[in-house]
Design a protein around this ligand. Structure first.
Ligand code: EPU
Length: 340
């Protein structure tokens, strides 16, 4: 039912070395419930692992790693306005998005090619090119591992924000309180393209497309991602390594005056999001290495493992980049992946 002393280096896309004291690959909700009440495992720390694509392993994990392998994609329901589409937690996100498009249920196309699993999508409220998972999320089904009870979280319960959710805010992603088992998305039958994001709009113009279909939107997003973001198989990485900082309008205005090129995006609450990749590039860290890690040459926000890196190496580079940004811009960058 479970294994011990399992090497996790191939289970995190940054490929940091670490071992799990206990490890189980979970194929069913029943198995998950049985693991949660197993006498050898009760009371131990737990961590629910999806694709390991947004994860920084800081060392060996003493406790139980639950690798979510639950698979199922289905149409859970339909009304006059929406399709309700479900994915089990272990479904590969990118495959799920492609499948919804093949079925004729568009909506998630801007989120094409994001690595990781469907079950992880609400935790981080994954987002790209002007769309977040939360724009279409309907329901999250989970197992309360402490109580051994299934439960549901509505979109309001999830309290999603920018790369933020109830699950993160409460620390459940680290304490292993809940394991998300299935997510349901509500996709409007009346589709419209979401093409306002600058680089996406430019990509469509480049391709000569003025009224994109869902498939063309997906293709444009995939082309952009493939051009800028490193394939973990080639350059181990965990996606964006820092969050884009959100600052007050006054601070952003002053910074923008001093640095006219700085990309700024007004948030719904009036604050302003800054492009961390741009800030990093200005300090000269884009494409630069420190030991076996570096900031990627085509997208400065992505930290890549050039081979054989340890957590200490990641820490050193994180510190150096943060210090450079703080000294130059007075901005405190916060790492984006989950640190375990
Ligand atoms: N930029 C630079 N130099 C760089 C990188 C970016 O000047 O090296 C500038 C770009 O020119 C652009 C702006 O910064 O004006 C924003 O860049 P980009 O569109 O590449 O997006 P990002 O803000 O760097 C965010 C997400 C990505 C997501 C993209 C597209 C975060 C932390 N990251 O990156 O998500 O794919 O937008 O929507 O919000 C992830 O979370 O792992 C991730 C890859």
């Amino acid at each position: 039912m479970f294994q011990t002393q399992i090497d996790l280096s191939a289970r995190n896309t940054l490929t940091l070395p670490a071992r799990a004291e206990f490890f189980a690959a979970v194929d069913s909700v029943e198995q998950l419930a049985a693991l949660a009440r197993h006498p050898d495992l009760v009371g131990r720390r737990r961590f629910v692992l999806g694709g390991g694509s947004n994860l920084v392993l800081t060392g060996d994990f003493s406790g139980l790693v639950l690798h979510m392998n639950l698979k199922e994609k289905s149409l859970a329901g339909e009304d006059g306005e929406h399709y309700y589409v479900a994915a089990a937690a272990g479904e590969n996100w990118s495959d799920f998005v492609r499948w919804t498009l093949e079925q004729g249920w568009p909506g998630l196309e801007n989120l094409s090619l994001i690595p990781g699993t469907a079950g992880a999508a609400p935790i981080q409220n994954i987002g790209a090119y002007g769309v977040e998972a939360g724009d279409f999320l309907h329901l999250v089904e989970a197992l309360d591992l402490d109580a051994g009870r299934p439960c549901k979280f509505s979109i309001d319960d999830c309290a999603l924000g920018y790369r933020e959710s109830l699950f993160k805010r409460e620390g459940w992603h680290l304490s292993g309180r809940y394991a998300i088992t299935r997510v349901i998305f509500r996709l409007p039958k009346r589709w419209r393209p979401r093409a306002a994001y600058g680089e996406l709009a430019a990509e469509l113009v480049r391709a000569g497309i003025s009224q994109p279909t869902p498939g063309e939107m997906a293709a444009a997003v995939i082309a952009l991602r493939q051009r800028k973001l490193p394939d973990p198989a080639e350059f181990p990485n965990a996606g964006s390594f820092f969050q884009n900082p959100i600052v007050s309008a006054e601070f952003a205005a002053a910074l923008g005056e001093a640095h006219p090129g700085l990309p700024r995006y007004r948030e719904a609450d009036g604050r302003v999001k800054l492009a961390a990749g741009w800030l990093i590039e200005q300090t000269g860290w884009k494409g630069r290495n420190l030991g076996p890690v570096g900031m990627y040459e085509k997208q400065a926000l992505v930290l890549v493992n050039r081979g054989g890196a340890t957590f200490r190496d990641v820490q050193n580079l994180t510190r150096a980049v943060r210090e450079a940004i703080l000294a130059r811009f007075g901005v405190n960058l916060v790492p984006e992946p989950v640190f375990l």
